[in-house]
Every structure is written in C-alpha cells, then in structure tokens.
Design a protein around this ligand. Structure first.
Ligand code: PMP
Length: 409
C-alpha cells in the first residue's frame, strides 16, 4: 500500500516536470568538473551551480589542512558537543568567529553546528518559544521555514523586502518577544535583504533580527565577513547564522550573537544538544579557510567575482535586448547568484538540458522552491571561473534564445 501510494505521488511529481535526479561528481568541486550523468557516462562540465563562491573547496591549502587535521584528530568527533565531541579545533573556530563579529555585535560569542540547516532550525525553534512572535520574510530558505514550523511562537509572514508591511505588523504585535527572521542574500534570487532598515525596525519595536548569511559569508564585505560588514551594522539585536560549506569551502555552520543568546542555545537547542559534533579535522581546516578568506587572495577573489558578475549581467541584458520576444528576465542581484527567470517548468528544464548537452551545467529551479511561473536558471559564479567561461555561457544562452524565438515565431 505504501509503495503504491508513493508511486502515485512520484507520477504526479513527474507529470508536473518536477522530478529531480542525482549526478555524481568524479573530480573536486571546480568550474570544470567531471560529472557522471543519469546515463552513467562521465563528462567534463562547466559548472555554474556551485556555492563554492571563492573557489576554496579545491584549494591545495584546504586539502593539506584537512589531511593535517585528520593526522591530529583522526576521523569523527564521536559524540555531541556537550558529551565529548567538542575539540580545541572547534573552540578555535568559534573563538575566531566571535572575534570577527565582535566589531558588529557586542559580547559576541559563536556556536558551531554541522550544517546551516541545523543551525537555522536551532535558532528559530529555540528562540521562538510560546512568548515570541516570529516575523518571517516571504522568500526565506526552507531551513528557516522549517524552524518556524518547529517553533511554538506565532508566525507572521511579511512580503519580500516589504519594510512597510513589516513595520505595520510589528506595530500591531503585542508579543513579549519579537523575532524578525530573514535571509541576508536570497538564495534563489541573489538580492540582498534591506538589513539596515530591518535593524532600525528591530531597534524601534524592541525586536531581534535573525539573519541567515549563508550566501554572504566570505563573499560580502571587504574582509569577507558577510552582510554585517557590507552594511557596517552594529547592534546587540543581531543574531547571525553562517554556513561554512559554501564560500568557506568546507562544511558546517555557526550562530553568532550576544553571549546570553548563544549560552541559551547551548542549554536549550535540541539539535545542538542531541547531534554529533562535526569532525575536528574539518574544524582544523576551517581555520585555514578563514585565513584565506581574509587574506589578499580572498580580497582578489572577491574583486574577480564582482568583475565576473558585471560581465554576466551586461551580457544577459544585451541578450534580452536582442530577444525581446522571449519572456526571460534577469533577476536584480548584486551577488554571485544571478538567476535568469524563464517562466514554465518544462521550458526551464529543456533549456537546462540543452546547456548540459553543450557541456554547461546550470540548474533549472522550479516551484515550490520558487513561485509558480517563475522557474529559472540559477546561475552562480565562482572566483575560479574565467572571463572566457562566462563568455561560453553567454554564447550558449544566445544560441538557445535564437532557437527558441525562431520556434515560437
Ligand atoms: N540558508 C540558506 C539561505 C541556504 O541557501 C542554505 C543551503 N542551501 C542553508 C541555509 C543551509 O545550509 P547548509 O547547506 O550548510 O545546510
């Protein structure tokens, strides 16, 4: 009965062009990667889909640091942090992050998690108790939404970047504790939340601002410290979650906030308390990643990323001018996440499949991840892409646009 039930659900997913499938990478994360497709054949693809924005995942110093960490600490951590899984490497990582963020958050302390998903669940569910009301931005990441589902707090959604609506909701709220929850960089749109305005509202209405900086950490700010550095924000009301599997090139996540908040999470967040700590070798390697993020190499990579972002945006804008018959739109974005909105699910998957046949992997993103009718190619850039890589993508999009316009005529 269960299998029949699931098979009928799977058929419904396929009928809406929403099926997903796994590919297998055979070489390190990099713009040019060997990937085994559904047909079992490995091909070299030019990838525009990784969140390894600084290209650190395959940096030789990270690989060396991981090997050194494995020699020092072995494999797994063996237990949850409060039992015996917390190592000196874990402590050095959270101390470094607390130090980095102390310029933005007074009495900052950091707490480590294995993934950003877990960190978001922890913060939102533990702080969102029965005394709280959560104000959740419409385009928040699934892990923040799942956090609100676990929370006992009342949850109120506000429109994307709609500061006026949020203001009215905060003004009307009688909750003892008010939590504003938002992505810093929206993962499927690439735009940046109006954090200075959100923080001003938090100050005005005695609320707290939980910022998921998964896509900003390492990328935004002169030193790569993320959205807080980008906007030069300072407040004890800031609670920041960052992931370490994207620009930091490894794995894991952190929450950084006023020490009372992190202490409460340590005592009360169930997915901190009841989950095995990350492998210490990863933590050891993260220290090298932090060095690289801050270093001249990190700064040069962020500058190169911005140049690639401009090249791509200019190229797509010119393409859209040439093909006005197509309903494509370039999402406004100031980050390495540069979506091209195509419209229908079938159309975006056909376009993604065509690009893949030509050796380019640009994933099609469909509902429910994005709104209905706004299926898109989620183009992401990494500092290890070259200008020639971006030109190759632009040429492939140009050829696809010409063919699609001709077919529609
Ligand atoms: N927040 C956002 C905005 C994300 O895009 C992601 C990952 N896709 C996460 C959180 C989860 O982070 P992690 O991959 O470390 O679980």
């Amino acid at each position: 009965m269960l299998l029949e039930h699931l098979n009928s659900k799977l058929r419904a997913i396929a009928a809406q062009d929403l099926s997903r499938f796994l590919r297998e990478a055979e070489s390190p994360t990099a713009p040019h990667q060997w990937v085994r497709g559904a047909d079992g054949i490995a091909r070299e693809l030019l990838m525009f889909c990784s969140n390894d924005y600084l290209g650190l995942a395959a940096h030789p110093r990270i690989a060396e640091a991981l090997a050194e960490g494995a020699r020092l600490y072995g494999g797994g951590s063996g237990a949850s942090p409060l039992v015996s899984g917390h190592s000196v490497a874990h402590k050095r990582v959270t101390d470094t992050l607390a130090d980095w963020f102390s310029a933005h958050i007074p009495k900052a302390r950091a707490l480590g998690f294995c993934t950003g998903y877990m960190a978001n669940l922890a913060v939102v569910s533990a702080l969102g108790d029965g005394d709280a009301e959560i104000f959740s931005e419409a385009l928040n990441h699934a892990s923040l939404i799942d956090g609100t589902r676990l929370a006992k707090a009342r949850v109120t959604r506000y429109g994307h970047a709609d500061v006026a609506e949020l203001r009215a909701l905060l003004a009307a709220s009688t909750a003892k504790i008010k939590l504003i929850v938002t992505d810093a960089v929206f993962s499927m749109d690439g735009d940046i939340a109006p954090l200075p305005q959100l923080l001003a509202l938090a100050e005005e209405f005695d609320a707290w601002l939980i910022v998921d900086d998964a896509h900003g950490f390492g990328v935004l700010g002169q030193r790569g410290r993320g959205a807080l550095e980008h906007f030069d924000l300072h407040s004890e009301r800031l609670i920041v979650v960052g992931t370490l599997g994207k620009a930091a090139g490894l794995a894991g996540a952190f929450v950084v906030a006023h020490e009372t908040i992190t202490e409460y999470l340590l005592q009360a967040a169930r997915n901190y308390i009841f989950s095995t700590a990350s492998p210490p070798a990863i933590e050891h390697a993260l220290l090298t990643s932090f060095e690289l993020i801050e270093s001249e190499l990190g700064q040069a990579r962020r500058a190169h990323l911005q140049a690639l972002q401009q090249q791509l945006a200019k190229g797509i804008e010119a393409l859209l001018q040439r093909h006005r018959g197509l309903p494509w739109q370039l999402a406004p974005s100031e980050t390495p996440v540069r979506p091209l909105i195509v419209g229908g699910n079938a159309e975006v998957m056909q376009l993604a499949a065509r690009l893949e046949r030509e050796g380019l992997r640009v994933p099609g993103i469909r509902p429910p991840t994005v709104p209905k009718g706004e299926a898109r190619l989620r183009i992401t850039l990494c500092a290890t892409h070259t200008a020639a890589d971006v030109d190759r993508l632009l040429a492939a999009l140009e050829a696809a646009a010409s063919d699609m316009e001709r077919a529609a005529a």
